[in-house]
Design a protein around this ligand. Structure first.
Ligand code: ZN
Ligand code: ZN
Length: 486
């Protein structure tokens, strides 16, 4: 979720914890398994590039077919689309869109879509990150992505990772890297020097990446010469397993390396980095895969999608953000096979899009900051976000549609609404509504400490998310027919 302000050990694995019979067991072993899979995903995929790659592999493993956005559909792909199938497409390794389409889908059947964002607050490497040493300390120039450089990022163990561009056989390709150990730290100043309430993000929050490193310089003809420390470039080349001379560009960021974990006396919680928003995106894709295994595509009349986008945290106005219209482009591509004329507006008029982004779980120390009867609690149910001022796209018809779908499936639904004396954040919902005219409903799983380096949520939110999205994919069209014209 976007905020309107700029400032916004050893961990035992689930297996290790559950092998001891003396330990109290969580209420549902099933939820433990799902939570465990999420924790592993969260730790192994720290950057948006890694998240897209993870979903790509998962979708491939489950029979989804890749469609290249930059190519027209082949005859074989068009035939597959007509027969009904599982597909996905990717733009710039930063946004990914899987969908399930039935053989009998037609434009007036619309789309049931879940849109979520996969970017998270981070410290991005500056185009020139090389800085002068400070009395032997080697420093790294980073830029604050969505206000990440604030006091919450102090004293954390930071890894480095992301994409690198490499020249290979006359082509430029992207490889993904991540450091196997923390390489940087932004140290606080001990309180003995006096109070330091707010650090300057340019001058007082520069990460340290080494001390008295022996210089390992690049040749003057190297494209990264004079921009990044030779030691760093050589280290990254090793991680990417490429010759340093083939490395053209670094698209890297620093991220928190502390492992995500279950927490609470009965493991009621998850403590993790980057829950905003790897949580809704992960559960939405799992649900779409689950749904794809239960549907008979040869007679199915529907089209269900998940859109995972970059750059929500900075307002979405990029080609890989939701305003880059990847969703609209994919609908047009499907229509090129399924309809003799471009009927995208007819598709949107009959669609329901869930804008899925985490929302604010009640913080018991600040209950008065929340609006009575409009705040969520953990491990209960998906939350509909309502707001009369357009920060969220939901309306009460959309709320009632989801209320019916959840009731049909023995699920619960909660509501979030901000107080009149506070300012709401926003999501991709309003942009999707204005781009398409479709009914968009803002929803989200609840987390506490949003935009902190480490947030928390209920450990059953994974089950709740997967169950909710699965119910939506199965029931939205039938239930939405009851609201015709509204
Ligand atoms: Zn978010
Ligand atoms: Zn956010």
């Amino acid at each position: 979720m976007t905020s309107y302000t700029d400032t916004e050990d050893d961990i035992l694995s689930w297996d290790e914890l559950t092998t001891d019979d003396e330990l109290p067991s969580p209420s549902s072993f099933e939820s433990g398994l799902l939570a465990d899979a999420y924790l592993k995903f969260a730790d192994e995929n720290p950057t948006t590039y890694h998240v897209v790659k993870y979903f790509q592999n998962l979708l491939e493993d489950n029979g989804f077919i890749f469609l290249d956005e930059q190519q027209p559909l082949t005859k074989k792909q068009a035939d597959q689309l007509n027969r009904g199938g599982l597909f996905y497409t990717i733009r710039s390794d930063l946004t990914i869109l899987p969908f399930v389409i039935g053989a009998d889908w037609k434009p007036e059947n619309g789309v049931g879509a879940v849109g979520s964002h996969i970017d998270a607050l981070a410290m991005k490497l500056k185009p020139t990150s090389e800085l002068k040493d400070v009395d032997g300390y080697n420093m790294l120039g980073v830029a604050s992505y969505s206000g990440a450089l604030n006091n919450l990022r102090l004293d954390r163990d930071l890894g480095i990772g992301g994409g690198v561009l490499v020249e290979q056989d006359g082509k430029i390709v992207r490889k993904l890297v991540k450091s196997p150990w923390p390489v940087a730290k932004i140290p606080s100043l001990a309180p003995h020097f006096g109070q330091n309430p707010l650090y300057n993000p340019e001058t007082q929050m520069v990460p340290i990446i080494g001390y008295n490193m022996e210089e390992s310089s690049l040749s003057e003809s190297h494209p990264l010469y004079g921009r990044h420390l030779g030691n760093l470039v050589n280290y990254i080349a090793q991680l990417a397993q490429v010759n340093v001379d083939d490395l053209l560009e670094l698209e890297l960021e620093l991220y928190d390396t502390q492992a995500a974990t279950l927490g609470g006396l009965n493991k009621e919680f998850i403590f993790a980095p980057r829950l905003d928003d790897r949580l809704c995106s992960w559960t939405a894709v799992q649900a779409l895969i689950d749904f794809s295994k239960t549907v008979d595509l040869s007679t199915y009349q529907g089209l269900n999608m998940v859109l995972l986008v970059d750059n929500e945290e900075i307002g979405s106005a990029t080609r890989t953000g939701v305003k880059g219209k990847f969703f609209n482009a994919t609908i047009d591509k499907i229509l090129s096979v399924k309809s003799p004329q471009s009927l995208s507006l007819l598709v949107y008029a009959n669609s329901v899009i869930l804008s899925a982004d985490v929302t604010h779980l009640l913080n018991p120390n600040f209950k008065s900051a929340y609006l009575d009867k409009h705040y969520p609690v953990p491990n209960k149910g998906m939350v509909v976000k309502l707001d009369p001022n357009g920060h969220f796209a939901s309306d009460l018809v959309g709320y009632n549609l989801l209320r019916q779908i959840t009731a049909n499936n023995d699920l619960k639904i909660q509501r979030f609404h901000i107080r009149n004396d506070a300012r709401s954040g926003s999501t991709i919902g309003p942009a999707m509504a204005t781009d398409t005219g479709a009914r968009v409903i803002d929803i989200g799983l609840p987390i506490m400490s949003m935009h902190s380096v480490r947030a928390m949520c209920g450990s059953q939110e994974l089950d709740i998310g997967v169950g909710f999205f699965n119910a939506f994919f199965n029931d939205w069209r039938r239930e939405y027919n009851k609201f015709k014209g509204l």
